[in-house]
Design a protein around this ligand. Sequence first.
Ligand code: SAM
Length: 205
Amino acid sequence: MAEIPKAQGSDPMNWDDRFKNNETPWERPGLHPAITHWIEAGEFQAGESGIIPGCGRAPELFRLASLGVHMTGIDLSQTAIDWQNQHLESSGLTAKLQTANVLKYQPDTRLDFVSEQTFLCAIPPNLRESYEAAAHRWLKPGGRFYALFMQKDERGGPPYGCSLNAMHQLFPASRWIWPEESAFTAHPHPRLDGKPELAGILIRK
Ligand SMILES: C[S@@+](CC[C@H](N)C(=O)[O-])C[C@H]1O[C@@H](n2cnc3c(N)ncnc32)[C@H](O)[C@@H]1O
């Protein structure tokens, strides 16, 4: 597996500094509208287990925990994990939080779902295959991968673009059941020049 680059100073990959300096343009003003839609559609059940890889300060973690889901949040940034801990505590909720490299994480038992939100587009593309392998290994057969694929034409990143063509190669049909393309919903990002994220659910085979 490729190593995570060591980031320094104002490097956009220095996630902990970015949280400390509030340089976090990927953060939406509230819950992601796709997650709200999936919650309202009854996608998540109390007693299920889910993970948000690279959870940062995503409010989805405690919203899903509030439904009685056993949530895990993993992030390299101690600042983000401390923030999540404080919010869980003040909401009287619990979740498993770990300051760790997502790509090396292994849960004790297989999970029902992965909620992917601006993690795949944040990691260098040469780490993507390790992420797909991790998500596949974490999930039970039939487990759900809630994808929010960032659409972007410009080269470079983060965020790095996640075109559907590239995603079909990364999450191959031999390992994942894909929805019809028409089932994906575009959600423009209010703080990233309206770049759309395509929301859809992949099922682990
Ligand atoms: C663009 S932010 C998204 C944060 C959060 N998912 C959200 O939507 O607000 C990317 C996050 O991934 C974390 N991250 C990047 N590489 C990681 C890795 N290899 N292991 C764990 N966390 C990582 C960063 O610290 C950061 O919190």
